[in-house]
Design a protein around this ligand. Structure first.
Ligand code: MOS
Length: 735
């Protein structure tokens, strides 16, 4: 009986609900002292002076680090930026320049958190202020091509020719605002030096990335840095890179010769650790009378900081989602005096799908074609951009299943035509997609004398189920019940694994765990058959299997012994195996993506404009699910976030100061339980023989893709009002 595929309860559930799970800010060490990061109050300029005298006199204060006394790092700490997905250009007190409001400019260390916080308020910072560029609408005339992305523009066929002779053309601009990740757990680092050896407990999606980036910042060898992160309280991309506070905590710890804990305040989560940049997306969609797409244009203008280039690749989805012969896309960047944006759950696909999938809805209406039929008419049977077959694709089934469960056939296409309980009813849909990534990963398995297995990989669990799913994979590969497998992660002392980003953890790490487990199992079997005291002595290796913790002969299962027996007879020495797994040539032969269909019903109050998402039905083709329970929970979380994106979320940059005006969870609106109606999510059976040994695609990000478009399309259907600017707040329905 396979454990993989069953809805096993989270193995980390009990430690979490009982408070035994220690997140980074919960970690402690003897002699621990506390750091508070001080951030800039201007968006652009120079720090002229910092008066630390009052601060240093405050009780318990041990250190005040500023640009005027901070130790110099090799290359100004910039070395870290060379490491992809690990480092950003950080603010490490190496100079006095201010590039955005809320930029780290000082660190105060004291015996208690309260003392540090209190003292930090006493710093007097004198600035020379310069004019900041904050208004995207004004600065967009200075939009430029990205320097670092050669694929920013694309063209296939002849879009202009495609536009001529089209039966319908939609030409519209869609915008999405800046958004901020806001995981429940703030970024937190505990840094401790032992001689030249640095240990970091850090809230991160990538322990190895932190190791490499911090080592590079200090100019020390990577093996001098150990990073530990057993639990992450939500990542969503903002913990996929290494930000200033991690290096600053280590710098402070070295200065005070004590372990230092630095936890970001919620306000400091808005700017110094990334966010989703705003986008302005011009879409032109042209089709024949039968709905066949003739041309698509998707031109994206988005923003980055002045210190670093980061691109939200919102038009990529338009290159590959539909079978359109003529497609042109571009990305342009506007530099603003803001913190550098970063990956945020399904970067690119999320804002991109809002624009593309709303435009298709508009096109369907213009042509008098059902929105689902329009998408089926343009279904891409092969990848239109890479000209490759898909490793698997179940999008047709997703449309069909979701439409049927949703009751799409009951939809009257006329806007404002459907009503319930005194509300306008709107039904809308959109397509979801996300690439399936995979990176090299490694794992080790140790079979112990007590009949249990210890399995380790330097991966991370963002709260999504890595612990649980890897336990299942190892249990099956070893022939053990899951209760006898302990899976450990989040430590650079373990075999290396990739960033838990791009929805790739399972596809990358599970094959390594499976291979390491298979190797350990083979070793144990060989040891048993060579052991004269074993009932399996002399048996052919192929005739021995492990079932439910028993070594037994396939030809005669009565000949058996517990797996612990041969290990004990050999003096109790554990049997260990390691394995590395990496993607192979299949990635050149196939295009690999997950797909889905999202249907939403909204209810809109005709007088007040209040919008409620009554229900969402979503179906996905995402390969094989290793755990239906954790997978559904992931997808559902993505949909909830999509509802937030559609109706609530917006990071409000104050154009006068560059300060985020709603840098807290009271004013940065996200959905609460009362905002969520029924969510019906499931995954269609999809057998993908090419993608990896387990047939799995990622599910971490696809859940949020398309949701905002489905809701915007439903709002249009309910009200007749096409809102192209997120979030769809009620004022946009009332004017
Ligand atoms: Mo995710 S935005 O790739 O961490």
């Amino acid at each position: 009986m396979s454990v993989t595929g069953t809805p096993l309860d989270r193995v980390d559930g009990i430690p979490k609900v009982t408070g035994r799970a220690r997140y980074s800010a919960d970690q402690t060490l003897p002699g621990l002292v506390h750091a508070v990061m001080v951030t800039s109050a201007i968006a652009r300029g120079e720090i002229v002076a910092i008066d630390t005298a009052a601060c240093e006199r405050m009780p318990g204060v041990r250190l005040v680090l500023t640009p005027f006394n901070a130790p110099h790092l090799p290359k100004g700490g910039k070395a870290a930026a060379d490491i992809p997905t690990a480092g950003h250009v950080m603010s490490l007190l190496q100079d006095t320049a201010v590039h955005y409001n809320n930029q780290p400019i000082a660190v105060v260390v004291a015996d208690t958190l309260e003392q540090a916080r209190d003292a930090a308020r006493c710093l007097r910072v004198q600035y020379r202020q310069a004019d900041a560029v904050l208004d995207f609408a004004q600065a967009r005339t200075r939009a430029r091509k990205p320097d670092e992305d050669e694929s920013a523009d694309s063209r296939r066929g002849d879009p202009d020719a495609g536009l001529r002779g089209a039966a319908a053309v939609i030409d519209a601009v869609y915008t999405t605002p800046m958004e901020t990740h806001n995981p429940m757990e703030p970024h937190a680092t505990l840094a401790a030096w032992d001689g030249d050896q640095l240990t970091l407990y850090d809230a991160t999606q990538y322990v190895t990335g932190v190791r490499k980036a911090v080592a590079a910042a200090f100019g020390i060898a990577a093996d001098k840095v150990r990073v530990i992160c057993p639990y992450v309280g939500g990542g969503f991309g903002c913990k996929g890179s290494v930000w200033s506070h991690v290096v600053l905590a280590a710098m402070a710890a070295r200065q005070v010769s004590r372990p230092v804990r630095l936890v970001l305040e919620r306000t400091q989560m808005f700017g110094p650790v990334g966010g989703r940049p705003l986008t302005e997306q011009h879409v032109v969609a042209a089709a024949a009378a039968d709905g066949a797409l003739h041309a698509l244009r998707h031109d994206v203008t988005t923003c980055t900081s002045t210190i670093e280039e980061w691109l939200e690749s919102a038009a990529l989805i338009t290159r590959r989602l539909y079978a359109c012969p003529n497609v042109q896309t571009s990305h342009r960047l506007v530099e603003l005096d803001i913190g550098t944006p970063t990956f945020m759950r399904a970067p690119g696909e999320v804002p991109g799908s809002f624009a593309l999938e709303c435009a298709l809805d508009e096109l369907a209406e213009r042509l008098g074609i059902d929105p689902v039929a329009l998408r089926l008419r343009n279904h891409a049977d092969t990848d239109p951009e890479k000209q490759l077959p898909f490793s698997s694709k179940s999008l047709r089934e997703c449309y069909r299943d979701a439409a049927e469960c949703f009751g799409w056939a009951r939809r009257d296409p006329t806007p404002r035509s459907m009503h319930a309980d005194g509300k306008l009813v709107g039904l809308g849909m959109a397509t979801a997609t996300y690439p399936t990534y995979r990176s090299p990963a490694s794992a080790m398995v140790r079979l112990l004398a007590d009949g249990t297995a210890l399995v380790r990989s330097g991966s991370q669990d963002l709260g999504t189920g890595t612990y649980t799913v890897m336990t299942q994979v190892a249990a099956d590969a070893l022939g053990l019940p899951p209760a006898r497998v302990r899976f450990e992660l989040g430590d650079t002392a373990f075999p290396e694994a990739p960033v838990s980003g791009g929805s790739q953890s399972v596809a990358s790490v599970a094959p390594a765990v499976q291979q390491a487990a298979a190797a350990a199992r083979q070793r144990l079997i060989r040891q048993a058959v060579a052991d004269t005291a074993s009932p399996l002595a002399g048996a052919p290796v192929e005739d021995v299997e492990i079932v439910d913790g028993w070594l037994q002969r396939r030809s005669d299962p009565a000949q058996r012994e517990p797996i612990s027996a041969p290990i004990r007879r050999a003096g109790g020495r554990a049997i260990e195996a390691r394995a590395s797994a990496r993607p192979g040539k299949e990635r050149q032969a196939y295009s690999m993506h997950a797909f889905g269909a999202v249907f939403a019903e909204v209810r809109v109050d005709p007088e007040l404009g209040e919008i409620r998402v009554h229900r969402v039905v979503a179906r996905y083709g995402a390969g094989r699910l290793l755990n239906r329970k954790t997978a559904h929970s992931q997808l559902m979380g993505g949909i909830v976030w999509g509802i937030g994106m559609a109706l609530h979320e917006k990071t409000e940059l104050d154009l006068a100061t560059g300060r985020v005006a709603n840098a807290n969870l009271a004013e940065y609106h996200i959905p609460v339980n009362a905002d969520i109606g029924t969510i019906d999510v499931s995954v269609v059976d999809e057998d993908d023989p090419h993608i990896n040994a387990l047939g799995t695609k990622g599910i971490g990000e696809i859940g949020i893709v398309g949701v905002a478009a489905a809701i915007a399309n439903a709002v249009y259907h309910a009200t007749g009002r096409r809102v192209r600017d997120l979030p769809i707040t009620l004022d946009k329905l009332l004017d």
